[in-house]
Design a protein around this ligand. Sequence first.
Ligand SMILES: [Zn+2]
Length: 175
Amino acid sequence: MNVIGLLAGHQGAGRGATCSDGVEEVTITTDIAARLQKKLREAGYQVDLLDEFDARLDNYQAAVFVALHADSCIRGASGFKIASRKIADSITTRALRDCLQGHYHEATHLEPQPFGVTPAMTHYYAFDRLAPETPAAIIELGFISTDRAILLDQPEQAVQGLYAGIICFLERDKR
Ligand SMILES: [Zn+2]
């Protein structure tokens, strides 16, 4: 099964983080998710784009599932965060995190912030709704404050990092 599931954070359910100048998290997540879907489809993958709280999440089966969010507008904060779903196969759990983290860092030059990962990420509600074996991760792509240029103005870098991370994970047994 070669289906990839992408969830655009807050799409269809609110706006997410909103900065004082009006920039909203959902604008960033929907744009990057749509670009990533297009890029993966062009590479031959079947890609589902899901809303936040999408009805299709229940027992959702995919080769990989990635939820995209962006972090708050806190001044001075920078970097990205990844949490992967703890499934029975811990090697797979780690491989997904490492692939996404390495390639996202390489493409965006943002720094991973492993100590900033919150319970809301490790226990992301969608993880509990997926089929038990579906490998899944959530990524906070960067802070809308400091990292805005990468999230909003040059999203190709973020898209490239996510794309390479997903391919790295899907192709891991072939290396
Ligand atoms: Zn969010």
